[in-house]
Structures are given as C-alpha cells and as structure tokens.
Design a protein around this ligand. Structure first.
Ligand code: SAM
Length: 264
C-alpha cells in the first residue's frame, strides 16, 4: 500500500480506497456540525451521528486488529448550550468499536471564548477506541517523571512487601517499587499551539505524538482522515512511522504538504 502522502478530498470516499486491515492508528479531529457551508457544505447536527458512524465503519475496516482509533472532539456551544450530537456520535461509534478509554487534554493556555457568561474552555476529550483486546499499547514509551513527593524515602524503604497497603481501588501496593519515571494518567496537560499553521484548530504536535508513541511502533501506519494542517502526520514522520492524510480543503492540503516536505 502507498503511504506518506496527502490526498485532497472527502475522507468518506477516500477511506474506501484503502485496503482492509492496513492501518495501525487513526488519530483525528473531525469538524463540528454546520461548519464551512461555503466550502464543503457542513453536516447538519441531526445528520452528524449517522455521518460519523459511516466514517467510523470505514475506519474499523481499514484498521488492523491490533489498531486504535483516537477521536478528539468536544461538545461545541451553539446558542449558549452545549450540543448533544457529539455525545450521540460517540455512543454510535462505541457500537462499532470497543470504547477503551477517554483521555482529557487539559490546555493550560486556552483561547478566550469572548463570552462573559462562560469561562475559558480549558479541556477537550480524546476518545480511545480499539478493534480487539489485542490492541497495541506501549506505556513505557510515554513515561513521565514521578510526582510522588515521598519518592526518595520510598526508594530507600527497606521493608518493601511487609505492609499490605491497598490503594483506593483495592490494589495491593506493598510490592510496588518507587521509580523516577512512571506511567502517565489519562489526563494530558499540553499547551495549545500558538503557531497554528494558518489553521484555526491545529493540534499541538505533542498531542498526536503522545498517542503515536503509546499505540504504535516504528514503521507502523498512521492515518488522519481530517488532516487539516497535517499535525498528526508531521508527528508520525518525526517518529519514524508511515502516514496517510486526507483533507477536503485544498489550501489546508497544501499547508500540510509544505509542513511535511520540510522534515521528510
Ligand atoms: C478540526 S480540523 C483538524 C485539524 C488538524 N488536527 C490539525 O492539526 O491541523 C478538521 C479538518 O477536517 C477537514 N474536513 C472537513 N470535512 C472533511 C471531509 N469530509 N473529508 C476530509 N476532511 C474534511 C476540515 O477542512 C478541517 O481542516
């Protein structure tokens, strides 16, 4: 299969051209409903869950059995209310995939909303779906420094294993060894990218980087069907993965191609 290319067009059609079980990770952020009526028409809120479910079925087909689908989306605000179609869409996708976890992306530097009756929007979700229990997962690739304030004392503790301490979930902690680097939680704190590559909603590179490291190996194939300025594919290239990007707006496809050309 050809990899390392962008294609300009509707991903609902372009996905059909990819072979079955050929992709290891899909990481993407689709447009909200009713957007860009001037360019690609926008999807009506009422039609959105069915539309995204159709795309999710194609993603399911092209993913390998060990593959993951990470969907970054959040209920947008319309007329002062959070829309419900996003959650309905997530529930539809959960009928197609195994809903494995929900990550929260915390933005320490959120953009102002311009609404005096609403605070800045400081987080988004990344819904993680898998195809089977045999999904790839490499937490050791995304370890973070331990925040344990008693780390040094615990490392020196001689009587490990003598106190059957349990944590809140009933897990026996007595044999745990304190280490400098630990598994992160599913809350990711990553600043938004102020150099947005002419795109109003580009990811910070660190966001796809996290999921690509945690869910793929070198040489695996990463797909972003709503590629925008190409950030997911940029991260994939940096990490030695193969990649494919689809984007419906020609100017964004050009921007993505230019970004990738700089590092390929
Ligand atoms: C939220 S943005 C993605 C931004 C991207 N993550 C980045 O870092 O730049 C969604 C993108 O999907 C594109 N898009 C909308 N409908 C599409 C479709 N049917 N097929 C492919 N791309 C589409 C939009 O033009 C937009 O650039």
């Amino acid at each position: 299969m050809n990899t390392n290319y962008f294609e300009c067009g509707d991903c609902a059609e372009l996905l059909r051209l990819l072979p079955d079980a050929s992709v290891d990770l899909v990481m993407t952020s689709p447009p909200y409903a009713e957007r860009r009526k001037d360019t690609y028409g926008g999807i009506a809120e009422a039609d959105y869950p069915e539309w995204i479910a159709g795309i999710a079925k194609e993603i399911h087909r092209v993913l390998k059995n060990s593959g993951s689908f990470v969907l970054n989306i959040k209920e947008n605000v319309v007329d002062g209310r959070r829309s419900t179609y996003v959650l309905e869409s997530v529930l539809r996708i959960a009928q197609i995939f195994r809903w494995t976890d929900t990550y929260v992306w915390v933005k320490p530097n959120p953009f102002p909303t311009g609404n005096r009756k609403r605070l800045k929007d400081g987080f988004e979700y990344c819904f993680w779906f898998t195809k089977s229990k045999g999904y790839k997962f490499f937490p050791e690739q995304v370890l973070v420094p331990s925040a344990n304030k008693d780390l040094e004392a615990e490392k020196r503790r001689k009587n490990k294993g003598e106190h059957p301490v349990t944590n809140g979930s009933g897990m026996n902690m007595s044999r745990r060894v304190a280490t400098d680097m630990v598994r992160p939680s599913n809350v990711l704190t990553l600043p938004v990218d102020s150099t947005n590559h002419e795109h109003p909603a580009s990811f910070p590179v660190a966001l796809p980087t996290f999921f690509i490291k945690a869910m793929t190996e070198e040489g695996d194939v990463v797909l972003d069907p709503f590629a925008g300025s190409g950030t997911t594919l940029f991260a994939a290239q940096q990490l030695g993965r193969d990649w494919i990007g689809f984007e419906i707006i020609p100017r964004y496809t050009e921007i993505a191609q230019e970004r990738l050309a700089e590092i390929v």
